[in-house]
Write a protein of this length. Structure first.
Length: 245
């Protein structure tokens, strides 16, 4: 299988998918619906409800982003970035997992409140994981199947999950937020490092919606360390989001 160029990777994404900054309540409801499908109906991390949306108090101080499938208009994935403007607006990692952070210099309360955030609720709905190569444990939350995807098989890459993380990076860079946290399975962090996203583990694995560990990300380091193949994709996503932010 021949290697795919950076222009081809970014072009493939742009041909079929686009990031959408979810500022309106209408767009946010699409995000909440995807989250209910993945986190309630499929993974059973949260209880199902009759209105088929999954939301919580953190959504009130979060940025939301969707990936839209251009030809169908359907939304193919979502992620949120929880922010804080004061000490009353704690991040989930501060409320539920603070003791898991073993790097005191990276405690969120060491930084200005408007300079921290937490990435959470990344979800890819089942209808966009119908390919056999995407039908594996972890696909719903962005884990890359290394048994299928190698460095030279990038045309088979799960662009939606990667696009959500790169969209998050673009938003954080635009909003000038320098310190980002995420609670994920170590295998997801390894998947993101596979493309050059520098997830730095800052504590042990704990039982928090499954086996997860705290990770720290500097958005600027993402742009600096991203593999060349995906820098063009980040550039395209930044351009697409620029007029929306």
């Amino acid at each position: 299988m021949t290697e795919v160029s950076a222009d081809s990777i970014s072009g493939h994404f742009s041909d079929y998918l686009k990031p959408v900054f979810s500022e309106s309540e209408e767009h946010k409801k699409f995000s909440y619906g995807i989250r209910h499908q993945v986190y309630c109906e499929e993974l059973h991390f949260e209880p199902e409800n009759k209105i088929k949306i999954e939301t919580d108090d953190f959504d009130k101080h979060a940025y939301h982003c969707l990936i839209q499938h251009k030809s169908s208009g359907q939304y193919a994935g979502t992620v949120r970035l929880i922010t804080s403007s004061n000490t009353e607006q704690k991040l989930p990692i501060e409320l539920y997992c603070q003791n898991a952070i073993q790097r005191p210099e990276l405690f969120p309360d060491n930084f200005e409140r408007n300079d921290i955030c937490e990435i959470s609720r990344l979800a890819v709905p089942a209808e966009f994981r119908r390919r056999k190569m995407d039908d594996y444990d972890g696909a719903a939350i962005g884990v890359i199947n290394k048994k299928i995807y190698s460095e030279t098989e990038l045309r088979c890459f799960p662009f939606i999950a990667v696009g959500l993380y790169l969209s998050s990076t673009a938003i954080l860079l635009s909003k000038n937020i320098h310190h980002c946290y995420v609670m994920v399975e170590p295998r997801l962090a390894r998947s993101m490092r596979f493309v050059g996203l520098p997830f730095e583990q800052i504590g042990p694995v704990i039982d928090y919606h499954g086996k997860r560990a705290p990770f720290y990300i500097q958005p600027q380091a993402v742009e600096d360390n991203l593999k060349p193949d995906f820098k063009a994709l980040l550039h395209n996503i930044k351009n697409e989001l620029e007029h929306q932010l």
